[in-house]
Design a protein around this ligand. Structure first.
Ligand code: SAH
Length: 208
C-alpha cells in the first residue's frame, strides 16, 4: 500500500521504516470518502490532500498516518486535536483512543465535521468551536495532543494541558519552512522537542 511505501522512504527522518499496524488498521477502517466533499469523492482514496473550502484542506492520508503513528495513541488515552476540519483525522483518532476532544475555529467547518463524525458513528468524540491554541481546560490534562494547523511557536497553553509523560505532534514554523515536531513532556516535567520532516500545513488562526 502506498502509505507503507512512503514510510519506508523517510526512514532516516522519522527514525522508523514502517508505521504501527494499529495505525494502518485504523486508517483502513475509516471511510475517507465520508470526510471528503461530494464532488471530490472519486479522489477520496488517493494519497493527496483535498480542499474543503475556506482555503483549508483535508490532510493527505500519509500525513494523517504518520502523525497518528508519531503520537503513539494508546487505548485508554484522552486525546486533544486542534483543527477538526471535516473530521477525518478526528475519526482515525477515535478508532485508537478512548476519548477524543477536537476544537475547530471556523464554525461552518466545525458543523460539517460534526455532521460527518455523527454519520460515521464516532461516539467517543466531543467537538467545540473556538481557538484551539487555548486548549480545552475543562478536559485537561491530555495524554496526547495533535495540531493539524501550524503555529509559529508551540502554544504554551497546550504544553500546560499535556500530562507528564504525554506527547504532542504538530507542524510548526513560518508558512514556507514548517517542520513536523514531536514534543515530549518527561516525568521530570522537562519538555523535549524533536524536529522531523518538512511539511506544509495551513497556518493556525489566532484569536488573541
Ligand atoms: N484535521 C483535518 C485538517 C483540517 S485543516 C483533517 O483531518 O483533514 C486545519 C484546520 O485547522 C482547519 O479546519 C482550520 O480551520 C483549523 N484551525 C486553524 N486555526 C485554528 C485554531 N486556532 N483553533 C482551532 N482550529 C483551527
Amino acid at each position: 500500500m502506498i502509505i507503507a511505501r512512503y514510510a519506508s522512504l523517510c526512514v532516516e527522518e522519522i527514525g522508523k521504516d514502517r508505521l504501527a499496524d494499529r495505525v494502518m488498521e485504523a486508517m483502513a477502517r475509516v471511510p475517507r470518502h465520508q470526510f471528503v466533499p461530494i464532488e471530490l469523492q472519486e479522489l477520496a482514496y488517493a494519497d493527496t490532500p483535498l480542499p474543503i473550502g475556506y482555503e483549508k484542506t483535508i490532510s493527505q492520508p500519509f500525513m494523517v498516518a504518520l502523525m497518528t503513528d508519531l503520537l503513539a495513541v494508546e487505548e485508554h488515552d484522552k486525546v486533544l486535536e486542534i483543527g477538526t476540519g471535516f473530521g477525518y483525522q478526528t475519526a482515525v483518532l477515535g478508532e485508537l483512543a478512548e476519548q477524543v476532544f477536537s476544537v475547530e475555529i471556523i464554525e461552518e467547518l466545525a458543523r460539517e465535521g460534526e455532521r460527518r463524525l455523527r454519520a460515521t458513528a464516532c461516539n467517543n468524540v466531543q467537538l467545540r468551536i473556538g481557538d484551539g491554541s487555548l486548549g480545552w481546560q475543562e478536559h485537561a490534562p491530555f495524554d496526547k495532543i495533535i495540531m493539524t494547523a501550524a503555529p509559529k511557536r508551540i502554544p504554551q497553553r497546550l504544553i500546560e494541558q499535556l500530562k507528564t509523560g504525554g506527547r504532542m505532534v504538530l507542524p510548526a514554523g513560518q508558512e514556507d519552512e514548517q517542520k513536523l515536531v514531536v514534543v515530549e513532556k518527561g516525568d521530570d516535567r522537562q519538555v523535549r522537542t524533536r524536529e522531523l520532516i518538512e511539511v506544509r500545513f495551513s497556518p493556525l488562526i489566532t484569536s488573541h
